[in-house]
Design a protein around this ligand. Structure first.
Ligand code: C2E
Ligand code: MG
Ligand code: MG
Length: 281
């Protein structure tokens, strides 16, 4: 924050910013309690196979029901969780919860059902030496008798751009466990395509800023088509984020996009609701 304040470094100490900093501290403190106090919930948003309209996958999205503030957006609390280190515990909870539901839905509804979870760069690069992370994941999968294929980890481009040895190792570990990898928010970052060849990625998620402006003959349409063709040539499946209208769905389907996700199909919903949707589509 001091860096963002730029030349006016003393601006950091103005009352408004002090209030913001205090607010962040309070919220971070509350987040610690939220983990213990059952205030986190995992919501699920269907990922729809565009050619058939069927739901074979879902993205797990964390929600925080704050006792006083109500629903706090992950956009607000994930950064706090990162700076406080709490993200590791949250990530562990998310993994366990997602794996448990995947196990249930594969056993009872669809043997190929897949759930994707999000990992922030800090989580992804964590070495797992403290029982949180990869070793714990493997143990949990073993206990459930769940194959890694039931899960997908969503990461963002930035991680691959300056890929360290830790990042490459982690990708190989996931591969060993059968866990798949999706590149989230594709098109918003540097979108250097060379890493799609270099790393083993299974899914490419076209960012919703592209989906939003889809129209026949538009430049975002051309870009999306090019991304889809390229991804398919490299053996990746494509998921379009933020599908809100039937027109967007149809344009994407016609361009050969494999899956769609967005408010047109469903918003992220609590597990019990998603369970009902899956059983009675
Ligand atoms: P994301 O992974 O790109 O997730 C997609 C976001 O788009 C979700 O926001 C979802 O609710 C929203 N969305 C889905 N369909 C539509 C649509 O049709 N229109 C619009 N306008 N939005 C749509 P959400 O749930 O608020 O999550 C925001 C971000 O927080 C996620 O972006 C992800 O980066 C992060 N996040 C969420 N859960 C977790 C988690 O468990 N761990 C980590 N590390 N990050 C998470
Ligand atoms: Mg995501
Ligand atoms: Mg995304």
């Amino acid at each position: 924050a001091a860096k963002n304040a730029g030349r006016n470094r003393y601006a950091y100490f103005t009352p408004a910013l002090q209030v913001a900093a205090l607010n962040r501290m309070r919220l971070t403190n509350d987040l610690r309690g939220a983990l213990k106090g059952d205030q986190l919930a995992l919501y699920f948003q269907p990922i729809v196979h565009l050619a058939t309209g069927r739901i074979h996958k879902a993205e797990a999205l964390v929600r925080w029901q704050h006792p006083q503030r109500g629903m706090v957006s992950p956009c607000e609390f994930i950064p706090l969780a990162e700076s406080s280190g709490l993200i590791l515990e949250i990530g562990q909870w998310v993994f366990h919860e997602a794996a448990d539901w995947a196990q249930r839905w594969r056993a009872e509804v669809d043997p190929a059902f897949q759930i994707s979870i999000n990992q922030s760069p800090l989580e992804f690069q964590h070495d797992g030496g403290d029982g949180v992370g990869y070793e714990d994941w493997l143990r949990h999968l073993r206990e459930l008798g769940l194959p890694g294929q039931a899960l997908v980890v969503e990461i963002t481009e930035g991680l691959l751009l300056d890929a360290t040895a830790t990042v490459s190792d982690k990708l190989l570990q996931l591969r060993d466990a059968g866990i798949q990898v999706a590149l989230d928010d594709f098109g918003t970052g540097y979108s250097s395509l060379s890493y799609l060849k270099k790393f083993d990625i299974d899914y490419l998620k076209i960012d919703r800023s592209f989906t939003r402006n889809l129209a026949p003959e538009s430049s975002d349409m051309a870009l999306s088509e090019a991304i889809i063709v390229m991804a398919h040539k490299l053996g990746l499946k494509v998921i379009a984020e933020g599908v809100e209208t039937p027109e967007q769905r149809d344009l994407l389907a016609r361009a050969g996009c494999d899956y769609g996700q967005g408010y047109l199909f469903a918003r992220p919903i609590p597990a019990a609701e998603f369970d009902a949707l899956l059983r009675h589509p």
